[in-house]
Ligand binder design. Structure first.
Ligand SMILES: [Zn+2]
Length: 307
């Protein structure tokens, strides 16, 4: 046996070529993050300090895409978020530029509730090609449908674009007044026609959020982090608490996401738990592809499977 060849850690970690599961490929990853280097570093520092996580995945578009491509990801949604007022337009423009260079990046927009022209920021991004909006309730310190955000929600409704929320209490927001099922219910009461996704399966209130998905046709959940093989260890959530039957029942409301590249484990672990369940093929294709197509309104994109 020859000694192992030295390879850069990211490359060794990210070798996805042995997994050719057709249950997964082609996939849409509905939840990733691509941000300017300085912001990525700041987010990683804060997650490192608060959660003790370490990250080794690449953060630049090209390298990040190489990992996703070899995993079989045909399109990925990049979710920006502005942690203070006055940054959103610039962040949106930056991400739209990255999307223009890419054959698989689906850009979302960000807006801060204290931005001067909330509606204008969102409209400008949608006109520039953003396919949806991301709102990070605990970081941006806003409830999902509070009045400062209403102009943004109106624009999303006008343009028929979806909104992905960090709206649950995980992993460290159980004391936050901005998240949780009660706060999310206000959104559903006021804007039942909006397509909205609560990330991370709504953890730690998965039962309440699954119930929303049952009750409201326009409510989606993403599997990000919560359904990974590392969920128990990293966020104290047991993915097996969500039964196979629930995934089968709600496969048109649940879509695969990853939080890549800000995850302290290899990318394949994000889907390994779901694949190990050996779900019916139709369910798997919904989770890994078709539900995101519906949510995003992507079926007109060339090169994507539209069964
Ligand atoms: Zn995320």
């Amino acid at each position: 046996m020859s000694p192992p060849e030295h390879r850069p850690e990211s490359e060794a970690d990210e070798d996805e070529t042995t997994d050719d599961s057709t249950a997964f490929r082609p996939a849409i990853d509905a939840h990733t993050h691509l941000l300017p280097e300085r912001l990525t570093a700041a987010i990683r520092r804060s997650l490192g300090d608060e959660a003790g996580w370490e990250f080794s995945h690449p953060t630049a578009r090209r390298e990040l895409e190489a990992v996703l491509r070899s995993a079989g990801v045909a399109a990925y949604v990049a979710l920006p978020y502005a942690h203070k007022a006055g940054l959103a337009s610039e962040l949106n423009a930056w991400l739209l530029d990255r999307a223009a260079e890419s054959d698989r990046l689906v850009p979302f927009a960000t807006v801060h509730p204290d931005d001067e022209d909330v509606a204008g920021v969102v409209r400008e991004a949608f006109e520039g090609g953003a396919r949806g909006l991301k709102i990070h309730c605990p970081v941006q310190e806003c409830r999902p449908a509070e009045s400062r955000l209403e102009p943004a929600l109106e624009v999303a409704a006008d343009y028929d674009r979806p909104i992905t929320y960090h709206g649950g209490t995980a992993p460290m927001f159980e004391d936050s007044p901005y998240v949780g099922a009660d706060a999310f219910a206000e959104l559903l009461d006021s804007y039942p026609e909006l397509r909205v996704c609560c990330a991370h399966m709504g953890t730690y209130e998965t039962e309440a959020f699954l119930e929303f998905a049952r009750e409201y046709e326009n409510v989606y959940l993403d599997t990000t982090f919560a359904m990974s093989t590392a969920a128990e260890e990293t966020m104290g959530f047991d993915p097996s608490s969500i039964a196979d039957e629930t995934l089968v029942e709600l496969s048109d409301s649940i879509m695969y996401g990853s939080d890549f590249p800000n995850i302290p484990y290899p990318y394949r672990e994000e889907r390994a738990e779901l694949l190990a369940r050996d779900l019916p093929r139709e369910t798997a294709r919904d989770l890994f592809y078709r539900t995101a197509v519906e949510y995003l309104g992507l079926d007109d994109l060339p090169g994507l499977e539209t069964e």
